[in-house]
Design a protein around this ligand. Sequence first.
Ligand code: SF4
Ligand code: SF4
Length: 322
Amino acid sequence: MEPGGGVSMRYRRLGCSNIIVSELCLGVLTIGPLQKNLLLEEGAGVIAYALERGITFLDTAEAYKTYKYIKEALVMTGLKPVIASKSYAYTGRAMKISVEKALDEMGLSNLDIFLLHEQENEQTLRGHEEALRYLLKAREKGMIKAVGLSTHTIAGVRAGSRRREIEIIHPLINIQGLGIIDGTRDQMLAAIKEACQKGKGLYAMKAFGGGNLVRQAYEAFQFINHNPDIHSTAIGMKNRAEIDLNIAWSQGRRCVELEAEIGSQNKKLLIEDWCHGCGSCVEACHQEALSIIGEKVYIEEDKCILCGYCSQYCVDFCIKII
Ligand code: SF4
Ligand code: SF4
């Protein structure tokens, strides 16, 4: 029986892999300490609700610190979704630690997808060769089913496309092309098409430009959802209303009340007053949205995609998405 008790969710194969996923993927970053920082039970409850409504695909990363929520949700539901995680590790040894940590903290014996986190181009990928080799060995041993990369760049998608061993690509793409570091939306779509034709499994990130496309959210959702080259879309959802709305949209239904409620909850990046301008977060932002002016960090809001990655570089906990 379909998980979700009759809810009609479409499922697709991720490229030439043997992995079948729901076309809607729950991005777990949103509920964790880099963003909403929900209590364990509350966050696990959100994931459990998504799984029970037919979402069978979860996207996380070591950096998101959300494994505990997933473990709890799996215990709560007894369901076995497809889980993708990622790591910035570039040595074999560090990647081994990352994979073992993911398995251990989520209580799993194997993981469906493991990605090299934020690969920019061919050179970055070469710099992660050792880590990639470890992932391939882990795949041979059955610890991982598929290996891939996530990227905010067209060059990253192209680099992944050229490598036979890379089965899954998780690119940044949205209707306005917000956050694509090295080109336009249409250039990214062309790279995605090429990757799809080579049999790569593609699941998109930042369909709403990190919350910046809230005024055209429905169109932004459909733009990605109707792209035949994209097999699933990871969307950060932090409560049941957002899950209900995204499921409705994936079925082509509008929900006026939910849209009004969620549309009024604009997110933004907050820098606390106690920022002392050390600059550690500035280099972490690949969107070049942060700079130091005087003794404080300054955000260029039109460049920020609200990924929350910078917050983990601030040891003084000055950065929050609210
Ligand atoms: S400023 Fe922070 S939240 Fe915004 S894009 Fe940069 S890393 Fe992401
Ligand atoms: S790391 Fe923290 S203290 Fe340093 S500049 Fe960034 S926000 Fe400010």
